[in-house]
Design a protein around this ligand. Structure first.
Ligand code: IVH
Length: 677
């Protein structure tokens, strides 16, 4: 018999888990990290396992997920959509493998290792090769009919290739590609809209939009990882492959998007190595992963092993260490960026997140702090997704007491004490003092950086020293520096001073786009600078451009256009341009502006895939862009050419399916000269 304290704990756990399930699945707005949720589930399972009389049908251990929201039609899954058991370390994985070996009465069985995609499960039903339904998992037994939304996902084939079974359901994971997610948040930030905290929740939100046009604009993607069920009908003559790996290849042949990273392994050691390798590579791919999935390859073995509860015995999720953690928010401070923006950041009680100690995290802007209702003193969720700077996802409201205080942005710049302003339609507070020291430092750091004037030997530290010594105040002063002044500085010899003078000299002939980017115009990064360079051919013409002129450029919206006009209207900025010119910095491009010279790839869209021989990935992208072309990440009907190297993967198949031409590197180069002016 369990004691009273255990029963109380059991009730608390169930309550908390139900709440978190609802927040996560129905509201797409979780309160705790996955790791913490897993910990609660494990504790509950342990209590129930110790005394099975405590298990009730309504315990969260007896089902997965939560009920679908009422906005969509309900779908009853012909076969339940299951969950996976987790292993959090090597010994848990070994225990799983040992049990499998005992059930199969052999240790010789192949397994398939594949990335565990951190998105949301989807079931796609095809009849006579046509997509007839897309459904979410819901609680595993019943999900939501989201067919119109699923149809907007470019990589979900509406029609299958080849000879699929008459009726078939495949399962996979819908996710938000990292680049599309970052782009969306950039656009939202520019438009002053609240940002999405992480791709998984944004994907769930997008897939469950009542208006499919919104889903379409979010550019979701899918990986198919399982065959649900098939029904062959009379005489269809399709027979299913005998192993999971063959099934995946078979599904790939129908045009379904199957992850090429799936690998068959023969031993536990190899599975461990795969996990280890992915842990190091997870930031490189365009999707979020939270572990790997290991599945026993032979399907007759799978059938023999069966299920326990809602989890197959023949598969296991081998999780990565959590990318989220909770900690105490000690303080909110601001630093001043190079455009004068006041950037609030969180000072945190140090916490380990995916193997790194995090002490600070960004908080974006005041609206974001308000929207998430983050207060100083809160327990907050901190996230490190990929190589992104740590973010505060939100507070854990259950820990909220009276003690936490709302945050107010400072009224004055913390560096120069000038009153800050917040322009209408802008999310950021700004120090508008052009002579603010903090801005000067940040602006100069940006000016000399690699993507801008690229002055080698003039790093952050030296910029600080030159400012402190009063040798420079703004960009043009760099060109007045003398050898003797530099050589006299601490940690600077004759030789380094001479090298630096040479580097400064060389920077006078940087490409126009780099110069435009170096000016530190609000909202103008490298890509926009390239558009501007191509259109105007020189800084003086850009400085004279009218708002309409700027907005007529594909890729430049009203906010960016306004920022450019405002930049050059500022007297100080105008003077800087004149002084740079007087110092001998070339402000014109060698080429005539694009309006006059057609480029060979004008208006063409390319997708690059596979390993190329003569170009690296960034070289080929630069090659295409320099010639007026655009490079996108996914193949669509709008793509003109897919440039494919070795091991091209699914993009080449996509091209074939959509009738898009596939070319090699040599043909790309030929095309540049053939279509050239
Ligand atoms: S197989 C019967 N493979 O993880 C097992 N699931 O935690 C069916 N997931 O509901 C799942 N990547 O949404 C499988 N490569 C993968 C996966 C994967 C992500 C998700 C899936 C599942 C959840 C279980």
């Amino acid at each position: 018999m369990a004691d009273r304290a255990t029963i109380r704990r059991l009730k608390k756990l169930r309550q908390a888990i139900n709440l978190h399930n609802h927040r996560y699945h129905t509201l797409d707005d979780p309160l705790v990290s996955d790791a913490e949720f897993d910990a609660l589930m494990r504790e509950l399972r342990a209590i129930e396992e110790a005394d099975s009389s405590l298990v009730t049908p309504d315990s969260p251990t007896q089902r997965i997920g939560s009920a679908p929201s009422e906005r969509f039609a309900e779908v009853v899954h012909p076969q339940p959509m299951l969950s996976l058991a987790n292993a959090f370390d090597g010994s848990e994985l070994a225990a799983w493998h040992k049990r499998a070996a005992a059930l199969l009465e052999t240790e010789r069985f192949a397994m398939v290792c594949e990335p565990k995609i951190d998105g949301l499960a989807i079931a796609l039903t095809y009849e006579d090769g046509l997509l007839v339904r897309g459904a979410t998992r819901g609680d595993g037994a019943r999900g939501e009919d989201v067919t119109p939304n699923v149809r907007t996902i470019n990589t979900v084939p509406l029609v299958l290739l080849g000879k699929p079974p008459r009726r078939m359901e495949v399962r996979g994971e819908v996710y938000f590609p990292r680049d599309a997610f970052a782009r969306m948040n950039e656009e939202r930030a520019e438009a002053g809209e609240p940002l999405f905290a992480n791709p998984r929740n944004a994907a769930a939100g997008a897939l469950r939009q009542l208006d499919p046009r919104i889903t379409a604009s979010r550019r979701l993607d899918v990986w198919v990882y399982q065959l649900g069920w098939t029904e062959n009908g009379d005489g269809a003559g399709t027979h299913e492959p005998a192993t999971h790996s063959e099934v995946m290849a078979w599904l790939g042949g129908f045009g379904l998007r199957v992850n090429p990273e799936m690998t068959t392994v023969a031993s536990l050691d190899e599975a461990e190595a795969y996990h280890e390798r992915w842990l190091g590579r997870r930031a490189e791919v365009n999707y979020q992963t939270d572990g790997i999935v290991i599945k026993i390859d032979r399907r007759d073995f799978q059938r023999h092993m069966g299920f326990v509860g809602r989890e197959p015995r023949w598969a296991i999720a081998y999780k990565f260490p959590a990318e989220q953690a909770t900690t105490r928010l000690l303080d909110i401070r601001v630093n001043v960026g190079r455009t004068g923006t006041l950037n609030p950041y969180a000072v945190l009680e140090p916490v380990q997140v995916s193997g790194v100690t995090v002490k600070q995290a960004t908080l974006h802007n005041e609206d974001d702090i308000r929207r998430k209702d983050i207060r100083v003193g809160d327990v907050v969720i901190v996230e490190r997704a990929g190589e992104v700077i740590p973010q505060v996802v939100g507070p854990v409201l259950e820990f909220r007491t009276e003690a936490q205080v709302r945050y107010e942005m400072p009224e004055r710049c913390p560096v120069c004490s000038t009153p800050v302003v917040r322009e209408e339609g802008e999310a950021a507070h700004r120090c508008v003092n052009a002579r603010c020291e903090a801005q000067a430092y940040e602006r100069l750091k940006h000016f000399v950086s690699r993507g801008a004037m690229d002055i080698e030997g003039l790093g952050e530290r030296l910029v600080g020293v030159l400012l402190d010594e009063g040798l420079i105040e703004d960009f043009p002063d760099i060109y007045g520096l003398e050898h003797a002044q530099l050589a006299a500085l601490d940690r600077m010899g004759e030789k380094s001073a001479a090298n630096l003078i040479a580097a400064i000299e060389a920077s006078k002939r940087r490409p126009l786009a780099a110069i435009i980017s170096s000016l530190g115009i609000l909202h103008v990064g490298g890509e926009t600078a390239e558009l501007l360079a191509r259109r105007f051919g020189g800084v003086p013409r850009l400085a004279d451009a009218a708002q309409d002129d700027l907005e007529s450029i594909d890729g430049i919206g009203p906010i960016v256009a306004r920022a450019i006009v405002a930049h050059f209207e500022n007297e100080g900025n105008g003077r800087i341009v004149a002084e740079l010119e007087a110092a001998g910095v070339r402000l014109e491009s060698d080429e005539t502006p694009a309006a006059a010279t057609p480029q060979p790839f004008d208006g063409l869209r390319f997708v690059v895939t596979g390993r190329l021989e003569t170009f690296t990935r960034s070289q080929v992208e630069a090659y295409i862009k320099e010639r007026g072309g655009a490079v996108s990440s996914g193949v669509s009907k709008k793509t003109d050419y897919v440039v494919a190297g070795a091991d091209p993967g699914t993009k080449r198949d996509d091209a074939e399916r959509l009738g898009v031409a596939t070319i090699g590197e040599a043909e790309l180069v030929e095309l540049a000269s053939a279509e050239g002016p």
